[in-house]
Write a protein that binds this ligand. Sequence first.
Ligand code: SF4
Length: 326
Amino acid sequence: MGQEIKLLDIKNLVKVFTIGSGFVKSRITAVDNVSFDLESGRSEIFTLAGESGSGKTTLARIILGFIEPTSGKILYKGKNITEIKGRKEEMWFMREVQPIFQNPFETFNPLKKVDSYLYETVVNYGIANKREDINSAIDEALNLVGISFQEIQGRYPHEFSGGQLQRISIARALITKPSLLIADEPVSMVDASLKMSICNLFKDLKEKQKVNVIYITHDLATSYYVSDRIAIMFRGTIVEIGPVEKILIDPKHPYTKILRDSVPEPDPEKRWKEKIKLSSFEEREFLSIGCKFADRCPYVMDICKKEAPNDIILDGVTVKCHLYSS
Ligand code: SF4
């Protein structure tokens, strides 16, 4: 029997950046041998969680085709996206996989009416070209996020709240009827009272429209609420991956335990632009030949500084930690 084609199949993905200048240069593996997949034929919300500098945003940007990986494969519906060539294939991929950005106020030009973005998306993707059909495609997408065309027509971004604008940017992404949304901190700039409504919208899109979401966040509370599975990233490596309840209620990796107990504040400078600017301590963690968490781990053992831990499967969760080696 042939292997089932996954919606998204990431295999041994690596991204190396060179940082520093002159004679003082280091090679930082920002995404270090990352593998995970999303099944075809079902929809899920998959969270990539970690601190700033964990590699989650770099990973998302690679999946979107914004930056090239150093090695590894990204198969989307069986097609290696690093080998996509020509306008037709590019358009197919861009229709299928849509990004949602963190700051909706940056997504929209303040001098441009918001409906013009939706109009351009319909036309540029060749979804419709008659005014009546364009309007109905826009209306359909807006209805999915609980907004009507009349509410946005002729209005500018400053006339909306952050929450409304994020809904409109999600509607714009839905115009192409994507199978996968990649959302980087989509609720971190939204008022606390509206965060849950955006999270509920993702859940609704998953259940009713069968849209998959890769939700990138530092916020474990919303990821617990919204996601089915979670991958915890540290210094470019997935240290723990599995069903969200198992990982956040009973974390196995020492880093996940610490992350769950103290969530750092997001750094708006680093969203999507995740520059590799590191303290010497952080740089040392990236360059470690053993476990990258060894300098901070309360359970560190001799082996941890000498050998990188392999994946170990425990009760449906995959964890990289020598504590569980037999
Ligand atoms: Fe801690 Fe060792 Fe596990 Fe790394 S491998 S998390 S240092 S116990």
